[in-house]
Every structure is written in C-alpha cells, then in structure tokens.
Design a protein around this ligand. Structure first.
Ligand code: PA5
Length: 437
C-alpha cells in the first residue's frame, strides 16, 4: 500500500526522544477523547467514520449527476465559502493540469463563486457564463451564509435568463442541511436535486461528503479511490497507539511540543505548485479548529522554490517563531528532460541527464538543511505521488491529527465562534433587520 508518511529526521536538535515520551500519555488521552466522543464538540465527529460509512446510494447519485450534466455543461460553478469549497478546490487543483482550461473537452471545468464579494469578480464571471454552457452546485451547510447567498442569487438569475426557469432548475444542485436554512427552503420550493450535509459533520471536515465529492467527481476524478485512501488512513489512525506507526499521533505530538517551546507559527510548504490549495484547505482546518481562547498555532503556507525568492530570507534569518512542515512528493507523473547545449553559456550543462524531480528534491533537501542550520525545526510529510488515493489519505491524516492536536491544546476543535464577529458588524453596517444594535 502506498502511504503518506511522516519523517522527523530533521527535528533531532529541536525535539528529543524524552520530550516525545513525556507527552505520550497526554497524546493518547487526547486520541481517546476524540475516538470515544467524550470531549468538547463531540456532536461534530461524523467525519471520523465518513469514508467507511458513506452510503453507496450517495456515490451512485453523484455519478448519475456527473453523467447527466457532463454533456450539457462546459463549466461547473461551485458556489461556497470556507469548508464548503476549499476541500473540493484543494483536490481538484492538486490533480488537474496547471494549464487546464474550459476550452478542453471531457468533464466540465470547475470554477468557483460565493467565496468573495468582489463586484469585478462577479462581472467577469457573468461575462464568461454568457459564453459557455454551465451548471451549478450551491453549497452551504447553514444555508444562510451571505457570500454564497449573494453569489447564488446573481448566478441563478443569469441561469434562468439563459435557459428558462424550468431548464435552469435542472442545472442546479443544492448541498445543504437536511432540515434548516434558506437554501434548504429554496431547494425544496424550486425542486432542485439536493444532497444533505450530515448534521454531525462541520464545514471544514466535510470534504468527504457530497460537499467535496460532487465537484471532484464532476471534474473527472475518481472519488472511489479518494475514499479508499481515506479509509485506509482511518485504519492506521484509529488502530495504532504507537507514535512511530501512527503519523497523525506523531504530527499532533510534535506540533504541540514545538508550540509549547515558543514555536507559534507552522508553515506548510510544497515544492509542487499543484498543492497550493491543499495548503489553503489545511489553513482553514487548523486555523478554525485551534485558533481560539487566545491559543493556537498560526497556520501559514509557502510554495517553494518560488517563495524562497520572497520569504526565504525571513525563514532563514528572521525571528525564530516558526517550524516548517514540508509536503514532499516522491514521484512526478511525467518526465521533462533538460536538453544539452554545446555552448553552455548558462552554465547548467552539469544538470543534463538529471530529471527535474531530482533537481527539485535536491532543492528541497538543500532548503531543509539550510533552515535547520538557521534554527527552524522541519517535519516532512512524504507523499508517494499526487493521486486520488494518496490525497484521500492526506485529508484523513490531517483531519484526525487536527482533532487530537486541538484536544491537546485544550480547546474545542469543532466550533468556530469567532467567525460570527465580522458578520454581526457587516450586517449592522448594511442595515440588516434585527442587527440595529
Ligand atoms: O468550517 C466551517 O464551519 C466554516 O468555515 C464554514 O464552512 C463556512 O463558514 C461556510 O459555512 P456554510 O457552509 O454554512 O455556508
């Protein structure tokens, strides 16, 4: 079995075997709190068994929707914010070509809305939707979030003008709560095909529900393999209490040890740009789960080697407040050779015969060694290759570790009370009834 693995070979001078041993009792207690459902936020633990227990009917319906909409839609607009779009985007962008475009045939090209209130963004989006056939997934667990509600009203209006009301309804899929919320009411009234987000799964843990699975399948990727990867990682995370064999336990232990020693910032780094949105998803997962009660590691991300030429200086020599977690991809999908040049004016003939991945891996190792010398602890997550199975593993690994790590920090990892503060101010400023004070 190809497996995501954690390596701590560059941590020796920062985390001792004794520190790991000392924290193990607390670590296993946090795991037990999570698995037994005895901790804070225990009504939001449905994600733990999702990959194993998701109903085959849901998967069949998703596949039917993909088969039905693919011939009709060149674009698929995913409307959602936070946990209602980041997981899908993370997987799709990890798997698709950097140069994929809506011009290509086959599956619809997925684009995003409802994650911004920028007027120019919607103007540009509508002009594009004038020119291509499209369908829509509107995703909101609460069914009341302002950004996707605004986007959906604008896009629904465009869709109904373009195709007529009845035909437009057949191009809209709603993913929301089973009983509550404005989106639930609209979907029922308009007769949209709808999927339910389970009550016990919070937004940032919902990628393996239809929230993530429908857009990922619509983009042409294999959701069975994604779920299989998550299922296999679930077995590892649930069944092993050994820090050495359970990467989620190791990750939770190390980040808490480092945090308690003053490392308040974690930088998730990749050396392949397709993983940029994995970092965005991860930032939400950890930021919303841990950043509360005046506590929490600040999740940050960088893409290397690109950002070595912008942020590399700070990481090497700035304030020592961070540790790094490197997403290290072992195998590329394809080969690109560096051609030989008789004149060698650029002086890089010494690289001829090496693969770009070999060069990239040496850039990665060179960076890690430099940063360790500069006093930055570095953890490495090895990913065999970027495919659906491995991404399923990675998602589950990060989710499980997040639950354990949050309980070690002493917070409720499954709520997000702070997200409401800006909304109340915005509603009052905009004159929403009921928010006058
Ligand atoms: O993780 C969360 O719960 C949040 O980030 C939500 O996903 C986000 O606020 C969107 O909420 P909703 O799906 O209710 O529109």
């Amino acid at each position: 079995m190809k497996s995501v693995q954690l390596y701590k070979e560059h941590l020796q001078q920062f985390v001792s075997a004794e520190e790991l041993a000392n924290i193990s009792e607390e670590l296993l207690k946090a795991k037990e709190t999570l698995v037994s459902g005895s901790g804070k936020g225990n009504d939001f633990l449905g994600w733990i068994d999702l990959p194993k227990e998701i109903s085959p009917d849901i998967i069949d319906n998703i596949k039917k929707d993909v088969a039905n909409l693919t011939p009709k839609a060149r674009l698929f607009v995913v409307i959602g914010i936070g946990g209602s779009y980041l997981g899908a985007r993370a997987v799709i962008e990890a798997l698709q070509s950097e140069f994929a475009s809506m011009e290509k045939g086959g599956h619809p090209f997925v684009i995003y809305a409802g994650h911004t209130l920028s007027e120019d963004y919607y103007h540009q989006l509508l002009r594009m939707l004038d020119n291509y056939d499209y369908a829509v997934a509107v995703i909101s667990k609460s069914g009341t979030t302002t950004e996707p509600a605004v986007a959906f009203r604008i896009i629904k209006n465009h869709l109904e003008k373009k195709y007529g009301k009845a035909n437009a309804s057949e191009r809209i899929i709603a993913i929301t709560d089973a009983h509550r919320g404005a989106l639930h009411t609209i979907a029922q009234q308009e007769g949209y095909h709808a999927y339910v987000i389970p009550d016990n799964v919070g937004g940032r843990f919902s990628v393996l529900t239809p929230v993530g699975l429908l857009p990922i399948a619509m983009a042409g990727y294999d959701i069975d393999k994604l779920l299989k990867g998550a299922c296999d990682m679930r077995d590892i995370c649930m069944n092993s209490n050994s820090v050495e064999d359970n990467p989620a336990l190791m990750y939770a232990a190390i980040r808490n040890i480092l945090y308690r020693k003053g490392r308040k910032v974690e930088i998730l780094e990749n050396f392949v740009p397709n993983l940029k949105y994995i970092s965005e998803w991860w930032k939400q997962l950890y930021g919303e789960s841990e950043g509360k009660e005046g506590k929490g590691i600040l999740p940050h991300s960088l893409s290397f080697t690109t950002d070595l030429h912008s942020m590399g200086q700070y990481v090497q020599e700035g304030e020592r407040l961070m540790f790094e977690t490197v997403l290290s991809v072992a195998q590329p999908h394809d080969k690109v050779e560096i051609p030989s040049d008789a004149q060698n004016l650029d002086g890089i003939n010494y690289l001829v015969g090496k693969s770009l991945t070999e060069i990239n891996h040496n850039a990665e190792l060179g960076t890690i060694l430099a940063h360790v010398d500069g006093g930055v602890p570095v953890l490495r997550i090895k990913i065999p290759s970027v495919d659906e199975y491995v991404l399923g593993q990675l998602i589950y690994f990060f989710e499980f570790a997040c639950g354990v790590s949050g309980y070690m920090l002493g917070v409720n990892p499954f709520d997000q009370p702070g997200v409401e503060a800006y909304k109340k101010n915005m509603f009052r400023l905009l004159g929403k009834p009921g928010y006058e004070k």
